[in-house]
Design a protein around this ligand. Sequence first.
Ligand code: SF4
Ligand code: SF4
Length: 308
Amino acid sequence: MRQRIEQEALRLGFTACGFAKAEPVEEETVQVLDRWTGQGYHAEMGYMERNRELRLDPTLLVPGCRTLIVVALNYYPQRLLPKEGYQIAYYAYGADYHRVVKDKLHQLLAYIRTLVPDVKGRAFCDTAPLLERYWAVKAGLGFIGRNRTLIIPGQGSYCFLGVLAIDAEVETTEHIEPQHVKVCEGCNRCLKACPTGALTTEGIDCRHCLSYLTIEHRGPLPAEAIGKLGNRIYGCDTCQQVCPHNSKAVATTEDAFAMNEEIASLTMADWHALTPERYKELFGGSAIERAGYDGLTRNIAVSKDGQE
Ligand code: SF4
Ligand code: SF4
């Protein structure tokens, strides 16, 4: 059954698919998460502290679930924005990924029902207290790098993650124990390249991360961040762009993630002239809605022409 589900996941366009037993997360991860929130690294994302019990045990989040099917979907753009113009994080070039990934997971569940008619399942993509990267590692998809992204060997880290929790038991995928992983050995490129020093050995300090600040943070940006923003207006890809695992990134085949022509051809003057109405027309249904009109125009007002 595992092989058939995996084949269907790949047919649906997922880059990778793995299987993990639904069970409480390991104590070491609990401690890492508690230290991270305890130090305030989650900034104003209060939800990271809420639902702690559910976050640490998927069988509480989805009672009766036995297997977590973890998938990755490549979002590396087919065409990049010109370097000299304003920069948007690659993941937000096209349609809102939550919808795209969950739609595919629902199709995968429909397929599984042809194998196990009464199977029940729930699909997640950044939409519930679930440690998706942890489960991706458990399911054998890859490893977590020093830039805190999931790195899929041979593919890199430009992938969305999704989880389908089902109440059927499926044989799990082997994962490689961390001590055998040489994913970051001898490399510190992401730590050195991070413009604000937000990457620490204990995870990302979101209070300094340009990705967090330009997307999640409400209110004025800290002066320190403004000085490091360069021409970023939504998110930051620096710690992924410098990663050698991404040097051969292959463009997504998912047309939903392509940037529409109107957005791609906006000049800097157009960005500065963005009205709430035009914002809705251009970005309705895209991941950029997360920052809101106020957040995006705040970023545009202080970002610079050209790289820092
Ligand atoms: S996204 Fe940017 S600011 Fe945040 S940790 Fe990575 S390089 Fe640093
Ligand atoms: S840039 Fe180097 S240290 Fe950072 S995640 Fe990639 S391989 Fe690891």
